[in-house]
Design a protein around this ligand. Structure first.
Ligand SMILES: *[C@@H]1O[C@H](CO)[C@@H](O)[C@H](O)[C@H]1NC(C)=O
Ligand SMILES: *[C@@H]1O[C@H](CO)[C@@H](O)[C@H](O)[C@H]1NC(C)=O
Length: 444
């Protein structure tokens, strides 16, 4: 208040004016410093030499990923007595996606119900350097409508992410296809979330022009395990290494893939109204799928996995160049479109023996699949994306929270992550924060 008092006196001399000006300046600068820790958009007071609005980063992916799981139960119940209690423990009213409903919630195997409710009872608390947007489902919904939907491109782990979003946004969204009517859709089948016209929240919303409530997807999942097709990968491998004619890079192991030519065009098609493409890959980059690299003798060297990692680096370089070119070529640029690459995750080897989060990531014991190398794949992808030429593609190293949750897997394996434990929901929270708050803070 002292500054205002100084200002209200009549200025009798130049020195009084200078002192007053200095006081105002100090006041503005202090205000600025105090705001910076807590708020995202810093609007400086109207003043001749400070008129622009600046946006600063408030929670980098690194700051979010540092933190710990805190025990914060939503319920006083101490045991699970029926499958639907999983929803209550997780704080969901239901889930819109009907695909493998109780499998996603890890509630399908009664023998493991002693894991609950505890597996639902932890909350990720990021480090002090992170001031993340409070998560409110209705605000995410509004941003999906106004700023553009999310196109999720990845493998079955990403499919779990889609299922989790369908719970966070329930009952305001509906999901297709209906797996209750037909459980046999191939994994390649697109899954979509749309506004639920019966939701009172949706009825109050003002839709942007061209937005079709029943036809414009808010979130879409496409199953794409390797980000490039088998043919694209084989061609790239030939160009790089000129192998013998009978060389076979890829085995007959099942995997699903589309070309970026297809899904980036889908992403940039203005009729689809997408704003964010969420990417993740690594799980299928094994020596069993990329059997051309398999070396049965190299037991201690992951059966030739280093070769797969090296090729992965080249493939992701091509992928990023293709994606950035397709984004640059997109005819309609009214929508701000961003690609985020979420770090991939290994599983936890003896996951069903665990009943609480770790405080530190523990070493692997048995080297299952390519789990011990996932960190390498992530670092390679991060390095590729650090090039300034890929200015619309951002690497999000937010894998640490999940790595600390051996207790948060589905009942049937130790790779897939259950909905409601806070892991998948944390991805949604941070990605939403990142695309609505952080991306604009980065100068292009
Ligand atoms: C748990 O029980 C206490 C004491 O009865 C009550 O105050 C609290 O609201 C309950 N918490 C929940 C989440 O139901
Ligand atoms: C909105 O989408 C639905 C479902 O795809 C479609 O049947 C309908 O024709 C669309 N309406 C408009 C105005 O495009």
């Amino acid at each position: 208040m002292a500054a205002f008092t100084t200002l209200s006196v009549n200025f009798r001399s130049l020195s009084a004016k200078l002192i007053a000006l200095g006081a105002v300046f100090t006041f503005v600068v202090l205000g600025y410093i105090f705001t910076i820790g807590t708020s995202t958009t810093i609007t400086l007071p109207e003043f001749p030499f400070f008129t622009e609005t600046r946006v600063r980063s408030t929670c980098t992916p690194e700051a979010y990923a540092r933190g710990s799981w805190e025990y914060r139960p939503r319920t006083n119940k101490t045991a699970m007595t029926n499958k639907d209690e999983a929803l209550e423990f997780a704080g969901f009213q239901g889930c819109a996606s009907s695909r493998e409903y109780y499998w996603h919630l890890a509630a399908d195997n009664e023998e493991q119900w002693d894991r609950f409710p505890d597996a639902f009872n932890y909350e990720w608390v990021p480090s002090d350097e992170c001031s993340v947007r409070d998560f409110k489902p209705e605000e995410l919904l509004k941003d999906l409508v106004e700023k553009g939907g999310w196109l999720l491109i990845g493998d079955s782990i990403t499919e779990g992410h889609f299922a989790s979003i369908s719970c966070l946004l329930y009952p305001h969204v509906i999901a297709t296809p209906d797996y209750n009517k037909n459980p046999y859709f191939d994994r390649a089948w697109p899954q979509n979330m749309y506004l639920n016209p019966d939701s009172p929240l949706v009825q109050r919303m003002k839709l942007p022009r061209g937005f079709n409530a029943t036809g414009t997807p808010l979130v879409t999942f496409r199953r794409v395990d390797t980000l490039l097709t088998g043919d694209e990968l084989t061609d790239l491998h030939r160009t790089l290494y000129n192998p013998p004619d009978d060389f076979k890079l890829i085995s007959d192991e099942a995997f699903w893939a589309l070309s970026p030519e297809e899904y980036v065009r889908m992403f940039t098609d203005p009729a689809n109204h997408y704003g964010t493409m969420v990417i993740s890959t690594a799980g299928h980059w094994t020596t069993t799928l990329f059997s051309g690299y398999r070396d049965e003798a190299a037991v201690d060297a992951g059966y030739g996995i280093e070769g797969v990692v090296e090729f992965f680096g080249h493939a992701m370089g091509k992928w990023a160049a293709d994606v950035q070119r397709l984004l640059d070529e997109a005819p309609d640029k009214r929508m701000r479109r961003q690609v985020v690459v979420r770090a991939y995750l290994p599983g936890h080897e003896d996951c069903h023996d665990h009943r609480k989060p770790w405080t530190e990531v523990q070493p692997f014991k048995w080297n299952w699949y390519n789990w011990a190398n996932i960190g390498q794949f992530n670092r390679v992808f991060e390095r590729v994306l650090s090039s300034p030429q890929f200015h619309d593609i951002h690497y999000l190293g937010i894998d640490n929270p999940a790595r600390l949750r051996p207790d948060a897997h589905v009942s049937s394996d130790c790779l897939h992550i259950m909905g409601g434990a806070g892991v998948l929901e944390g991805w949604t929270h941070y990605i939403w924060h990142y695309v609505t708050r952080e991306v604009n803070a980065r100068i292009r």
